[in-house]
Design a protein around this ligand. Sequence first.
Ligand code: GTP
Ligand code: MG
Length: 388
Amino acid sequence: MSENTSIEPTDNGLHVLDESAFLAATSEAKGRYGRFNLAVIGNSGVGKSSLVNAVFGRDLAEVGRGLPVTRGVNYYHDDSLGIWDVEGFEIGSEVSPAAMLREHLETIAKRPVDEQISVVWYCVHATSDRLTPADIAMIRELDAAGLPVILVLTKVDWNKNPISGKYTVSKDLEQFVAWLTDPHDNDQPITIHYQRVILTSTRDRNGKGSGHGLGELVTETLALAPETDKDAFRIAQRLNLPWKRELARPIIAAAATAAATVAATPIIVADAPVLAPIQLGMMGRIAAIYDLELKTMMSAGALAQVGLQITGQALARSFLKVIPGAGNAINASVAFALTTATGEGWMRLCEQVHTGKLDPEQVANMWGAYAPAALDVIRKVAQQKIAR
Ligand SMILES: Nc1nc2c(ncn2[C@@H]2O[C@H](COP(=O)(O)OP(=O)(O)OP(=O)(O)O)[C@@H](O)[C@H]2O)c(=O)[nH]1
Ligand SMILES: [Mg+2]
C-alpha cells in the first residue's frame, strides 16, 4: 500500500511526511469507483445544463473538456462524471428524431467502456401538455438500447401555500402528470418506456432559490443506476452528503483496524508516524469520495503540512495525556481511537471543501479547528475504557 512513504526526522525532531501514500490512495480509489455517465436529452433551453449543475455542482461544458462526438451530441467529463449532452431534434429534419437518436446511441455504444451511459434524463418543459409522438418514439429507442429513463419535467413553477407550506403546481401541470401516469391516445392506453416521472426546478420563477425535486431526482437516479455504477454516482453527485459518509465510514473502520494491528506491539510516541502511511492512505481514499483533487488544489508542501499536522506527534502527545496510565506509548486501542478520530475529522473537513464552505487553500490552516473534535472522540473512547 505505502512502501514508498518516507518519513524523515527533521532538525526539530518532528517528522516530514511524504504525501505519496495520500496521492496513491486517492488515485487508486478514483480508479476503483470509476465514472458515472449520464445522458441528458432535451430541446435547447429546456434546462439541461442547469439541472446537471444543480445535481453535480459543476458545469463540465464550461470547463471545456468536452468533445463534439457527432453533430448534436457532446461528451463532457472529469474523473467521476461523464455527461452525454444530446440536443433535442428539429421538426422537419429528413431523418426521424428516433432514427437520429438510434444513430447517436450506436455511436456512443462504440465508445470505451468507461463512457457508457448508466441512466438517461429525458427532459421536457413542464408547460408541455403531452409528449409528442417523436418523444415517445425516442424514449422507445432508449428503452430498446436497455437504458433506464427518467422523464424529467423541467422549470416547474411551484406555488408555496403560505399557510400550510405545501408546494403545489398548476392545474395544467397536474393534468399533464396524470396523463403521464396513465398515458393514452384517443382513449387507447399506450405504453411509454420511462421508469419514473420527476418534477424539478433549479430555481424559482424569480431566478432565485435552490430548486425543488432535485433530491428525488438523485434518489431515483441512484435507484435506477446499474449496481456497478452506484458508487460512482454517489461520488459524482453533490446533493446527498450522507451517501458519501456511508462510503467513508468503512474506510475509516478498516484503517483503524489496520492501525490497531500495527500497534499490537505498543509504539513509542516518537515513532508515532509509523501510523502515518495508514492514516494518509485513509485520508486519500476519503478525499476521492468527496471528489477532491487536493493534489491540484494544494501545493505538495501544504499537503505534506496537513499530513504532518494530522498524523503528527502533537496530536499523539495530547491524546496520550488524557488517557491515564498510557505513558508515552500508543497501544492497539489508542491507535484505533486515534485513527478513527482522524478519519472522522478529515471526513468533515472534506465535506466543507466539497460543499464550497472551505477554500482548499485553507485546509492546512483549518485542520486545527477539526483536531480538537478528534480529541473529543478520543477522550470519549478513553472514558469508556476506564468505565469498563
Ligand atoms: N424559471 C426557471 N428557469 C430555469 C430553470 N432551469 C433553467 N432555467 C433557465 O432556462 C435557461 C436555459 O437553461 P439551460 O440549463 O441553459 O438549458 P439547456 O437545456 O442546457 O440549453 P441548451 O444547452 O441551449 O440546449 C436559462 O436561462 C436558465 O436560467 C428553472 O428551473 N426555472
Ligand atoms: Mg446546455
